[in-house]
Design a protein around this ligand. Structure first.
Ligand code: NAG
Ligand code: NAG
Length: 370
């Protein structure tokens, strides 16, 4: 009996229609900000490996932690998870995996992104990047942990949560129990990360999906994971393998990140390795494979990329109660002890183009010698 009841609720759950979590907000005005050359303009097809997975580069993972958008209660914030997870991974790649991973605050995106980025009822990946660039930074998640709440959400405890965009909802500390005089206050200085550039992979009308797939592969290989829109319906009951179903719709309702790609030895199929934000119990420990080069599930049409600007590597300490907070420099007896500072990101085009110039010069030198 107990078993029958369980099965029934499982069926009802499976039939609940997937909520469309893609929503381009009215305030999302600037869809891209491009400065450096795009990877596909300096990396030809034969210059990128056939298999590349940021979760396993010579045995080392460059991915930050897995995420779950749906707990402590349901929230349609896939767009924030996919976008932020790709950005955090790219910071880890820039740091060559050194130090503690930098985890960025998705709750801050929900608190401050209602105009540009989205809410628990949908949003858009490039909106997140515009928000961070406009605001100036995104705090680390130890400033503001994920609560799965946005202003309009009535799920769980959300009605009791203030999600307005304020200083205390950007980075806070709580100094003690409220009945003994403690309070939660904002901090003036805190570790953060910035955005340098962002955009969507261009799909020119003369491009085949195979051409678009090359642009996506070059972007992933040169700079790191990307975020893409996707049709989530075939993902919900994914049981492993490469999703390749020509009858599946390409109309999208969900956002995930793509962390790598490859070619299946047995079937010869090219695939993407996607990372979802439904916990590690979903899919293959949170990942899934989808066939590449034919816009399967609509996932090659709206692929967003971002590059970090800088990320804090050294702070000036704040006190536990937040009353004394860092500032840009700490001095002791007139001597500078430490400064609050970040590491700047260098776009890989610099390295790749320098390599190409050096190779071309070497070739030319060899020719003039002959
Ligand atoms: C980021 O999250 C991971 C996984 O929970 C953790 O190991 C790491 O220490 C976190 N980074 C920081 C700076 O707290
Ligand atoms: C953000 O971090 C940088 C260093 O990475 C620091 O100079 C800046 O003051 C920080 N911003 C805030 C609001 O704390």
């Amino acid at each position: 009996m107990k078993f029958a009841l369980l099965t029934l609720s499982a069926i009802t759950a499976a039939n609940a229609e997937y909520f469309n979590e893609i929503k381009v907000m009215e305030g999302h005005a600037k869809k891209m900000h491009v400065v450096n050359p795009l990877p596909h303009t300096y990396l030809m097809k034969e210059e990128i490996p056939e298999n590349w997975n940021w979760d396993n580069v010579d045995g080392k993972s460059y991915l930050t932690k897995h995420l779950n958008q749906h707990i402590p209660h349901y929230c349609g914030s896939c767009w924030a998870h996919g976008a932020i997870s790709a950005l955090a991974d790219r910071i880890k790649i820039a740091r060559q995996g050194q130090g503690h991973d930098i985890n960025l605050s998705i709750q801050w995106v929900l608190n401050c992104g209602s105009d540009k980025a989205g809410s628990c009822h949908g949003g858009y990946h490039t909106g997140v990047y515009e928000l961070i660039q406009d605001f100036g930074y995104i705090p680390f998640d130890t400033c503001q942990p994920y609560l799965a709440c946005s202003a309009e959400s009535k799920e769980g405890f959300c009605e009791h949560i203030d999600t307005s965009c304020s200083a205390v909802n950007t980075c806070r500390t709580c100094s003690g129990f409220s009945d003994s005089g403690g309070d939660c206050v904002e901090l003036d200085y805190f570790p953060n990360a910035t955005v340098a550039e962002y955009g969507e992979i261009e799909t020119h009308w003369t491009d085949t999906w195979e051409d678009v797939a090359h642009k996506i592969r070059a972007e992933i290989y040169a700079r790191g994971p990307v975020a893409c829109t996707i049709n989530a319906d075939p993902l919900r009951d994914y049981e492993g393998g490469i999703i390749d179903d020509d009858s599946a719709s390409t109309s999208t309702n969900h956002i995930v990140s793509i962390v790598g790609y490859g070619k299946d030895e047995e079937t010869g199929k090219d695939y993407w390795i996607i990372r979802n934000s439904w916990g590690e119990y979903w899919g293959d420990m949170g990942f899934a494979k989808v066939v590449a080069g034919k816009n399967m599930l609509g996932m090659e049409a709206n692929v967003a990329w971002v590059t970090p600007g800088s990320y804090t590597v050294e702070n000036v300490p704040c006190s536990e109660d937040g009353q004394i907070c860092g500032g840009q420099a700490q001095t002791h007896g007139g001597k500078l002890v430490r400064t609050f500072h970040g590491e700047s990101y260098v776009d890989p085009s610099v390295k790749f183009i320098a390599q190409k110039v050096a190779a071309a010069k070497a070739k030319l030198a060899a020719r003039t010698h002959n």
